[in-house]
Design a protein around this ligand. Structure first.
Ligand code: ATP
Ligand code: MG
Length: 254
């Protein structure tokens, strides 16, 4: 009686766990041989006592395991204050989420509430701001998120670093230039910052007393004075699709 109930319990347990163990063994067969090797080597260049803990799966394997149907990438929107970065980033994020994709937006002002709250706007602080955001975006992209960033990112060196961080980790990086001339950006002045900069209440303001390096070869250039917001977000989503990040399972409006 006792042993029969143990057998029954074991059978019930086996039945319950069969699907999970089948998935586990299929995953093992599929994925064990090709565990991704770290791009950085075993120890950090700046400190040999910092050792990289190797990833379990490549981004493609991760995508397959969770059935995401899309990969991760970073859409890096650069441009003058008032060029439309935040507006476009929000629209892209909304559209992708409504289609069922994992998407997340990192906004210039928002990160300065937390991650970068200790940084100001001197050239060195701006560079450190962009370096931190680049690393964060790369982690998000590696986790399978379509990450959209909205930062003025005025210096070409910082944008090049953002691209390098992604490319070293074999992650797709799209530089999108929200382009508008200074006069139009200033006439929009959504936060009243140009007015303050002109009045001398703000220093190091991009376009006024700090430089903006025009991207030479962006992956996408959006002329936001001539295009509607949906047209801009549609162009971004089409570009993401063209890079093979999104599979056919998603119905795109773009
Ligand atoms: N095609 C367009 N794309 C984006 N914004 C547009 C477009 N056309 C008009 N706008 C308007 O331009 C303004 C852009 O403001 P937004 O806050 O998005 O700029 P930003 O680039 O994020 O500036 P900041 O660097 O100061 O955060 C908004 O008022 C938006 O409605
Ligand atoms: Mg903004």
């Amino acid at each position: 009686m006792f042993s029969r109930s143990i057998i029954a319990t074991r059978q019930a347990y086996a039945k319950l766990h069969r699907p999970l163990s089948a998935v586990a063994s299929a995953a093992k067969t599929l994925f064990t041989p090709e565990v991704k090797k770290s791009a950085y080597g075993a120890s950090a260049k700046h400190n040999k006592n910092i050792i990289w803990s190797e990833e379990l799966f490549t981004p493609a394997q991760r995508r397959e395991l969770v059935g995401a149907g899309h990969g991760g990438c970073t859409v890096w929107i650069t441009g003058l204050s008032g060029s439309g970065k935040s507006t476009i980033a929000a629209k892209v994020e909304k559209e992708l989420l409504e289609m069922g994709l994992n998407a997340y937006r990192l906004d210039g002002d928002n990160v300065r509430f937390g991650l970068c709250k200790d940084l100001g706007f001197s050239p060195a602080a701006r560079e450190e701001n962009i370096r931190r955001v680049s690393e964060t975006a790369a982690l998000f992209a590696d986790a399978g998120m379509v990450t959209i960033t909205a930062f003025i990112s005025p210096y070409k060196e910082s944008r090049a670093l953002a691209r390098k961080i992604h490319e070293d980790a074999r992650l797709t990086f799209l530089e999108v230039h929200a382009h508008v001339d200074l006069a139009t950006a200033e006439s929009r002045d959504p936060k009243g910052l140009y007015k303050k900069a002109r009045a001398g209440e703000l220093s190091n303001f991009t376009g006024i007393d700090d430089r903006f390096d025009e991207p030479k070869e962006p992956d996408l250039k959006l002329h936001t004075a001539d295009m509607s917001v949906p047209a801009c977000s549609g162009a971004v989503i089409s570009e993401i699709k063209a890079r093979g990040i999104i599979s056919g399972k998603f119905r795109l409006n773009a």
